[in-house]
Design a protein around this ligand. Structure first.
Ligand code: PGA
Length: 251
């Protein structure tokens, strides 16, 4: 059976002491109450080494929210996958819509980042999803297909098995609008079918596909109950302990 995952995306929130305190309290919680889903905390770079030390292996994993597309050298301000891995982090989010929009990251660059991340022992949480206009004009499937084909589908089968896909309709991120469970299921099934065509049945069945976009305790249960939804990538609600724990427990 494929892995169920709930990943918190802290985005650019919390200073170092607050982030460490928060990680500690989540760790205490999940140590006492092991969850059915794998819990991942995707923190800002500065928190990674500290949070990795705090969380108990097997209960909570850590991830970065971005990585460099080059392995090392004179790239001021960048953080390489190797550096991320050396903190103990296991995951990296790649292609979040905020990176695509504000930092103009395109599919070619995201493909480069993904391959470098995998080469350095990280697992990639690769994000895809359409903006509102694309959904309204009915081209959302084509948009997502292109993001996956150009961003991921040149990976080998072995590399692809280290990828998690997050479907995040951009119109639902941080807006309070959520895709209906049916809309999420429809897109997740579409994505799994594409993966089946490209990598075969086993790969498609093993792939965890997470939903992201205004996921909260009140809607997580219904969304997660859909057969092709294997968990969530949680933004706003991952910053509140009660909400995040309730979402993890929605399985
Ligand atoms: P949100 O963000 O849960 O605040 O909508 C999700 C995300 O950006 O990953």
């Amino acid at each position: 059976m494929r892995k169920k995952i709930v990943a918190g995306n802290w985005k650019m929130n919390m200073d170092l002491p607050d982030g460490l305190k928060f990680a500690e309290s989540l760790n205490e919680y999940f140590k006492a109450k092991p969850s059915k889903a794998e819990v991942i905390l995707c923190t800002p770079f500065i928190h990674l080494a500290g949070v990795s030390q705090i969380v108990s292996t097997g209960r909570i994993a850590c991830g970065a929210q971005n990585c460099a597309s080059e392995p090392g050298g004179a790239y001021t301000g960048e953080v390489s996958p190797l550096m991320i891995r050396s903190t103990g982090a296991e995951y990296v989010i790649i292609g979040h819509s905020e990176r695509r929009t504000y930092y103009h990251e395109n599919d070619g660059l995201l493909n480069k980042k993904t391959r470098l991340a995998l080469e350095n022992g990280l697992k990639a949480i690769f994000c895809c999803g359409e903006v509102q206009k694309e959904r309204e004009s009915g081209i959302h499937r084509e948009v997502v297909r292109k993001q996956l084909e150009d961003g991921l589908f040149n990976l080998s089968e072995v590399d692809f098995s280290k990828v998690v896909i997050a479907y995040e309709p951009v119109w639902a991120i941080g807006t309070g609008l959520t895709a209906t469970p049916e809309q999420a299921q429809e897109m997740h099934k579409f994505i799994r079918d594409l993966v089946r065509e490209r990598y075969g049945k086993d790969c498609a069945e093993e792939l965890s596909i997470l939903y992201g976009g205004s996921c909260k305790p009140s809607n997580a249960g219904e969304i997660f109950s859909k057969p092709d939804v294997d968990g969530g990538l949680i933004g706003g609600a991952s910053l509140k302990k009660e909400d995040f724990c309730a979402i993890v427990e929605a399985f």
